[in-house]
Design a binder for this molecule. Sequence first.
Ligand code: HEM
Length: 402
Amino acid sequence: MAFVKRIDMPPMSPTSTDASPALFEPFRPEFRADPYEAYRRLRIADPIHYSPLIRKTLITRHADAVELFRHPNATDVPLRTGATPLLEMMSEWLTHRTHVRGLIARAFTPRAIRELRPRIEQLTFELIDALPRSGAFDLVTALCYPLPLTVIAELLGIPHADRPSFRELARAFARGISMAYSGTPFPPGDEAALLLRDYFDRLLRGEGDDTPVVAALRTPDEAGVVCTAEELTANLALLLFAGHETTAHQIGTSLLALLRHPEEAERLVADPSLIECAVEEILRFEPAVQLVPRVLRGDVELSGRTLPAGTDLAIIVGATCRDPARFERPDVLDIGRRDNPHHAFGGGTHTCLGNHLARLELQTVVLALVEHRPRLRLATEGVEFIQGFAIRGLETLSVRFD
Ligand code: HEM
């Protein structure tokens, strides 16, 4: 699952066998500030490029990504074996268990998500009303995180009082997951997995009614397929984490994109019916998940090359979404763009389960803030992006109201 498989390992020593290491240097601060110029060069010079730094073959052309997302030999990254509480939990996730994905998907259909609109709007307005009216403040802490965390917590039935502790726990969990994929032990990640397992165990034994999401996991489907108790808690932990981290980053970078393109924000104010189109364009222009991994379980022919079975791939969504062979004027943010088959939610059988929910949250918060008077402005020009490159998000976003 791409949002957690952060391939953010530290650089290796410069004994690389790569003939052109300068093509991909994601650990440089300049890269973090703007990866798109580097991706452009990479796409032109070597669109299927082996990076010894992350030990993966990078895919940067849109057409190649489309081919891979639908190719039966390009599969999700297998888990390393080893019995740690975190690995055990991860092996029970819907990513590796199709029947679990089928059960949960019933609660994430476009129709089920549409019904959440009034509540998401209410939460958004409450958070915006609580923002300081004078002076600079950090929008990441005040809005970008609390909104998706509250939404997913409500969907999972997590009581208000328990929520503040989840941000720290989620950090350890996230770190543990990325380490688990690279085979490195990380005890705090195991501890977080145990705590979450135990928490959901107790929550499910409580008195409250099941939310629709929990009910979807607990109710057998027409064929009688059900989840085990372990699959249930493991996937609730996954949803809690998956449901807010990436969305928080995407809200932050989306708002930054509009603050940096006030003319596009004004276009949206003049015609709010553009909101769905605008959010798709922002997802294309600044995808929070920049890299989606796959592994080949058989040979694959791609653009005249044979990639052998076992190849570790990184589909660089940040690059495929700006491929001029697929998108006209790819580096221009155009909120009226109609033909927009971006890969911000990955593709194929593992396409983001929460994409309709994420879209709804983004549409709600973007429109509410763009239409807000007084207007929101950047308080400083410089912004700091989080470490790593697989996920693109902001540490802080200092803003103020005019
Ligand atoms: C803007 C916010 C979000 C972005 C950019 C995002 C992006 C992604 C991406 C790129 C993937 C990998 C797809 C692939 O491998 O092809 C993914 C998977 C997933 N996402 Fe999201 N996501 C977001 C929000 C959410 C939310 C709100 C939820 C849940 C409520 C969620 C749940 C999941 C799950 C469960 C998977 C794993 C699917 C699988 O392995 O079959 N995501 N997401």
